[in-house]
Design a protein around this ligand. Structure first.
Ligand SMILES: NC(=O)c1ccc[n+]([C@@H]2O[C@H](COP(=O)([O-])OP(=O)(O)OC[C@H]3O[C@@H](n4cnc5c(N)ncnc54)[C@H](OP(=O)(O)O)[C@@H]3O)[C@@H](O)[C@H]2O)c1
Length: 305
């Protein structure tokens, strides 16, 4: 691939993908809503070579400009909270479809959609449903699209271990949502960025759906335990029923950076592990890194209180 447009190229995953693509000599366009913020962030990361396009996925004209003349498009856009005009449907379903249609119309060779394990067009959850319908709409608009469905991603700046560590520093007790029995298979964000880079380089991956998960399945309770062990904190875990957590998340969503969202609660209601029926990291020749290897490198112990 010589030129790739990465929508969401400043995000938790997107910026790592941009870094890899630039490092291997690919010409990269970063398409986001906040262009100036993106230029500053890219400059600070030494990625001045990437060109920034201000392109909201809800804006067909801006999207068409950002995909014109490229070899591949990656949709790594995210909306975790619904606000006026920014709904899960607008971003994950119609936005993904807009990108796929524009890429097809521009004759782009490859399209990669970043979705998530458990995406389900029939789900009662607006977040999970929009993800599932987005996958379906992209496959219809761009039949050779590759879909990657990661489990919860970890790495510096993550919303999983990072948020738990932050809450453990602030609170004397931690809310264990839904009793903590839900199972997750966290995957290292760099492994996901590596997977997308390999997918772009291999035409044989076109039209396939990959589930990207880490080497180990944990219950949510075990994940809380790992975060506490690594940060050196001892905190009581208090089970919180899903309905109560959902009500709390609705209030948190008024904050600029909510520690918990209704979409996350919906995701925690069902296991978030690889189905085993779809290809994953091993088919891309990637050995997934373990939580125990990576998380201590960015969540060191802090003085206990
Ligand atoms: N993080 C996880 O654990 C996880 C797990 C499974 C799947 N995923 C999926 O992986 C993908 C990337 O997630 P992430 O955590 O890296 O997201 P993120 O950190 O929230 O980044 C989102 C990116 O999308 C851009 N963006 C948001 N709304 C946009 C819009 N309307 N038009 C254009 N760009 C827009 C943002 O920049 P601006 O704000 O400047 O627009 C930013 O660059 C998402 O599809 C997410 O659902 C994430």
């Amino acid at each position: 691939m010589t030129t790739v447009s990465v929508f969401g190229g400043t995000g938790f995953l997107g910026r790592r993908l941009v870094q890899r693509l630039v490092a291997e000599g690919t010409t990269v366009r970063v398409a986001v809503r906040h262009a100036e913020r993106a230029r500053i962030a890219l400059r600070a990361a030494g990625l001045d070579g990437a060109t920034v396009f201000g392109a909201d996925v809800r804006d067909q004209v801006a999207v068409a400009a950002a995909v014109a003349g490229v070899d591949a498009v990656v949709d790594a856009v995210s909306a975790y909270v619904e606000t006026a005009g920014v709904t899960f449907e607008a971003v994950h379903e119609r936005g993904a479809e807009t990108l796929a249609r524009a890429a097809a119309a521009a004759g782009v060779a490859r399209f990669v959609l970043v979705s998530g394990i458990g995406a389900d067009p029939e789900s009662a959850s607006p977040y999970i449903r929009a993800r599932g319908r987005g996958d379906r709409a992209v496959q219809q608009a761009f039949p050779g699209a590759t879909i990657v469905r990661p489990s919860a991603m970890f790495g510096p700046g993550d919303a999983l271990f990072g948020t738990l560590a932050h809450l453990a520093r602030l609170l004397p007790v931690l809310p264990l949502i839904g009793d903590g029995h839900t199972r997750l298979q966290p995957v290292y964000v760099e492994d996901v960025a590596d997977a997308i880079t390999r997918i772009l380089a291999d035409p044989g991956t076109a039209g396939r759906t990959y589930e990207l998960a880490g080497p180990t399945v944990y219950t949510l309770r075990e994940i809380f335990g790992i975060a506490l062990r690594i940060t050196g904190k001892r905190r009581l875990l208090v089970p919180v029923p899903f309905a109560v957590a959902q009500a709390q998340a609705r209030l948190f969503e008024f904050l600029p950076n909510p520690p918990l969202t209704t979409g996350q609660i919906d995701l925690l209601k069902v296991d978030n592990v690889a189905s085993g029926t779809l290809p994953g990291l091993s088919e891309l020749n990637i050995v997934p890194k373990a939580v125990e290897e990576i998380v201590p490198t960015y969540l060191g112990p802090t003085p206990t209180r």
